[in-house]
Design a protein around this ligand. Structure first.
Ligand code: C2E
Ligand code: CA
Ligand code: CA
Ligand code: CA
Length: 276
């Protein structure tokens, strides 16, 4: 039994070593990814559920590595957060997204909002708001055409969180609470946050059993009483669309409508959506 325990232990450490080695390799590559131009943004449309109007697009980062292939943000964003690399990467995302949105407006498409995901590490940088302001000025994009998607977990930042939100509101920048329903923000504190929109987490929309239907309905009611907007994400089926419409959900995003696409494809999508 003693021997076996030892083997198990060795097996365990070997697995850990491999995992660590892979992580270190990924981290090394991540350090170089920005300067090597390996990141790209894809954009996924967001719609008004009642009118069908296109309201905006969410920018989602993609990492194309020459050897590793496409690395999912679910795999490298946590690593980027851990190492602090999310700050320069997030800044690149913000700049690229704002410039792209301005470009679409400059070629004559009606103005839509661009949603940019923001990590805690970025949000808590002392110069975060100034930086956002600077990017808007450089790109020439109107502040109300920018939406920052922050997660519920950031609400634990308390007074600091509040002060950043207030500054963003003063600047007329839109803020959405992403992955709503999965975090820990108390419902009563929500009314003090100057936010514009709740984004229902896709796990609730995915399987619309009785429990999830009740949760979705509750979030929509909550948004209504807070007088803010609500968007459902991860919408894939007609049944989901029908349910969300019945519940008077304002907006929706998901494969049912459109997948995330590179800028060139979105331009074609815009040309079709805004039929003149
Ligand atoms: P998220 O912000 O919750 O984004 C939604 C994810 O759901 C995206 O995955 C999107 O491609 C996917 N999705 C959209 N519609 C559907 C659908 O109908 N069905 C299903 N099953 N999935 C759908 P993606 O692009 O892999 O991104 C994963 C996560 O990585 C994001 O979750 C976000 O937390 C993070 N992320 C992505 N881009 C950025 C970024 O630029 N900055 C930061 N900080 N995080 C990012
Ligand atoms: Ca998001
Ligand atoms: Ca989300
Ligand atoms: Ca998420």
């Amino acid at each position: 039994a003693k021997e076996m325990g030892k083997n198990n232990y060795q097996f365990f450490t070997k697995e850990l070593d491999e995992k660590n080695a892979k992580k270190m390799m990924l981290e090394r590559e991540l350090h170089k990814a920005l300067e090597r131009g390996q990141f790209q943004l894809h954009y996924q449309p967001q719609f008004d559920l009642q009118s069908g109007c296109l309201l905006g697009v969410e920018a989602l980062i993609r990492w194309e590595h020459p050897k590793l292939g496409t690395v999912s943000p679910a795999d490298f964003i946590p690593l980027a957060e851990e190492t602090g690399l999310i700050v320069p990467i997030g800044n690149w995302v913000l700049q690229t997204a704002c410039h792209q949105n301005k470009k679409w407006q400059d070629v004559g498409f009606p103005a839509v909002r661009i949603s940019v995901n923001v990590s805690v590490r970025q949000f808590t940088q002392p110069n975060f708001v100034d930086n956002v302001k600077e990017v808007l000025e450089q790109s020439g994009l109107s502040p109300d055409c920018l939406d920052l998607e922050i997660t519920e977990s950031m609400t634990v930042e308390g007074e600091f969180f509040h002060s950043v939100l207030r500054k963003l509101k003063e600047l007329n920048i839109h803020v959405s609470l992403d992955d709503f329903g999965t975090g820990y923000s108390s419902l009563s504190s929500l009314r003090h946050f100057p936010i514009n929109r709740l984004k229902i987490d896709q796990t609730f929309v995915k399987t619309l059993d009785d429990t999830n239907k009740a949760i979705v309905a509750m979030i929509i009611t909550l948004a209504k009483s807070l007088k803010i907007n609500v968007i459902a994400e991860g919408v894939e089926t007609m049944e989901q669309v029908i349910f969300l419409k019945e519940m008077n959900c304002h907006e929706a995003q998901g494969y049912f409508f459109a997948k995330p696409m590179p800028a060139e494809q979105i331009t074609v999508f815009f040309a079709r959506s805004f039929a003149y």
